[in-house]
Design a protein. Structure first.
Length: 272
């Protein structure tokens, strides 16, 4: 008995032709899809980052701007040149190894930068006669260690010596942060500034967070290096205290106000 293929050779040829066209079309569509995907810029969400604290900018983040000089046992090194395993100086007097460096980048999409991405500049000698020894740029949520407390730079803005600013000729704002095995204070342009304070999964706000997860799946158990003070509508609140320093913390009277007043007076001297 003859098969259907033998009885209908033209139908069989047409079927093979149709299947061949379908396969070729699918291949071209897949190739075009890959090409389009390659041409489209990846958003921070697509890269896996939580888009800078869900578009919150530096409000709660702590980061150093690219080019910031960090103190190490062999001298200052720009933060973007540090690698895992390198040692940095801490204000405790000992050097500690870098465990990880988080990164995040913003690119300007128009004539001006998004306000949430702009760093805050602490002008040269804004804190005292020697500190910082060069303009220091931090994200708004980054804390400086002054008078025994940590205070976020956004609470020190005075519009003169400490103010939002982007260095000239920057086509991108690149932020970096250093993770040590504990929350520490290091020297950045000579100023005492905090390292990354790991809690929950806040490392996921960095673009390269997957690397951290591979290296340290359990994260780190960190406590604040010092009491963290904040200014909220003119009223200061102690946001976090080390238990061992609780009694000392309760005696602190408006530390952020005192620090800000001193920096404002110094700005008047520097820019008058």
């Amino acid at each position: 008995m003859s098969s259907n293929n033998e009885r209908h050779p033209q139908l069989n040829r047409a079927r093979r032709h149709f299947l061949g066209l379908a396969a070729a079309t699918s291949a071209r569509a897949a190739a075009m899809g890959s090409l389009v995907a390659a041409m489209l810029p990846l958003s921070a969400e697509a890269k896996g980052a939580k888009w800078w604290n869900k578009h919150g900018g530096g409000k709660g983040h702590m980061c150093f701007l690219r080019g910031t000089a960090i103190g190490t046992p062999t001298g200052e090194v720009c933060i973007e040149h540090l690698r895992i395993g390198d040692f940095v100086k801490t204000v405790r007097g000992k050097a500690m190894a870098v465990k990880w460096i988080g990164r995040h980048m913003f690119k300007r999409s128009g004539p001006s930068w998004s306000a949430s991405a702009v760093p805050i500049r602490i002008s040269r000698h804004a804190l005292d006669e020697r500190t910082p020894h060069r303009d220091l740029y931090l994200s708004a949520g980054h804390a400086l260690f002054i008078d025994g407390v940590l205070i976020r730079v956004k609470d020190l803005v005075n519009g003169v010596s400490i103010a939002p600013a982007v260095p000239a000729d920057r086509e991108a704002i690149e932020y970096y942060h250093i993770v040590l095995e504990s929350h520490e204070v290091i020297l950045a342009e000579g100023a005492s500034a905090e390292t990354f304070f790991f809690k929950a999964n806040n490392h996921e706000d960095f673009t390269n967070f997957a690397e951290f997860g591979r290296l340290y799946p359990a994260g780190f158990d960190m406590k604040p290096f010092a009491p963290i003070v904040a200014v909220d509508s003119g009223r200061e609140q102690l946001m976090a205290l080390l238990p061992s320093r609780l009694s000392r913390g309760l005696q602190l009277r408006r530390p952020a106000h005192t620090i800000r007043e001193r920096i404002v007076k110094r700005a008047q001297q520097l820019f008058s």
